[in-house]
Ligand binder design. Structure first.
Ligand code: DC
Length: 251
């Protein structure tokens, strides 16, 4: 098995940018597991559309709702490459809408959905001989043996600003409250929760060189990348020789 680099962190903390850059430099495939959960949520929205699930404020107590959602997800064919496809349709754009943003954390909080998608993610890693995998539970559940586990975060203001720039729309206060709500759901669910910053930081400060915590509020993408590459060098993971003299500006 080739190297596995896990990148976990809060919404909008720069995980995707870092994952893509690392994939390019190290010649590894990249898996955005958030895109998988988003495609699964989109499928549920399309099947249960008339019930307007995106207006939910919490997962219904009724267990049959969660079972129905898990069944819908199980039957979906999700392919994550440069584009994201769901049941053969390109949904790269549709998975990044406010409607999906509002609903995806509910789908991601259902244990049977997580079990299904975690198993697909592990298969992807085996088929691709490792890779750069980003999400919320990669270093804790999907690949606890990853060579390096990166934990990224940033202030809520910085993350809302990045998301607003990405979408070229969005009232700042509304974006902040949506991100805040998703963080709370991601950190407090019963399975596959994003670990708290304090927990991961204390593991790193206990001398674990396979864990690196970065608060990117004050850093740009290329600073974050340099710090991760430096740590990778320390643990013996180097870019292939022809790319040894890379420039972060070229990425
Ligand atoms: O990274 P993102 O914002 O695209 O993720 C979309 C949602 O999926 C987010 O609410 C958290 C959830 N998610 C998850 O629960 N586990 C993962 N491994 C990846 C994403």
């Amino acid at each position: 098995m080739g190297p596995i680099i896990a990148i976990d962190g809060t919404a909008g903390s720069g995980k995707s940018t870092l994952a893509k850059s690392l994939g390019k430099i190290l010649g590894l495939h990249v898996l955005d597991t958030g895109a998988m959960y988003r495609a699964a949520a989109l499928k549920v929205l399309s099947v249960m559309g008339e019930e307007r699930p995106e207006t939910l404020t919490k997962v219904p107590d009724d267990e049959s709702w969660s079972l129905q959602v898990a069944e819908i997800v199980k039957e979906s064919v999700i392919v994550i490459e440069d584009r994201v496809s769901l049941d053969g349709q390109d949904v790269t754009k549709e998975i990044r809408t406010d409607r999906v943003d509002r609903f995806v954390s509910f789908v991601a909080s259902i244990p049977a959905v997580r079990e299904d998608l975690v198993s697909r993610q592990r298969q992807w890693i085996a088929i691709h001989n490792g890779g750069v995998v980003e999400g919320r539970d990669i270093g804790t559940v999907v690949c606890p043996n990853a060579d390096l586990k990166v934990y990224l975060t940033a202030s809520i203001e910085a993350r809302a600003e990045r998301r607003a720039a990405e979408r070229a729309t969005g009232e700042r206060a509304e974006l902040e409250s949506m991100i805040d709500r998703r963080d709370a759901l991601d950190m407090n669910r019963s399975t596959g929760a994003l670990p708290s910053l304090e927990l991961v930081a204390s593991a790193e400060s206990n001398g674990r060189d396979d864990i690196i915590v970065i608060d990117s509020t004050e850093y740009n993408a290329s600073d974050v990348l340099s710090r991760v590459l430096t740590r990778l060098e320390t643990i013996g993971i180097h870019p292939p020789s022809r790319q040894m003299r890379y420039s972060t500006d070229e990425i």
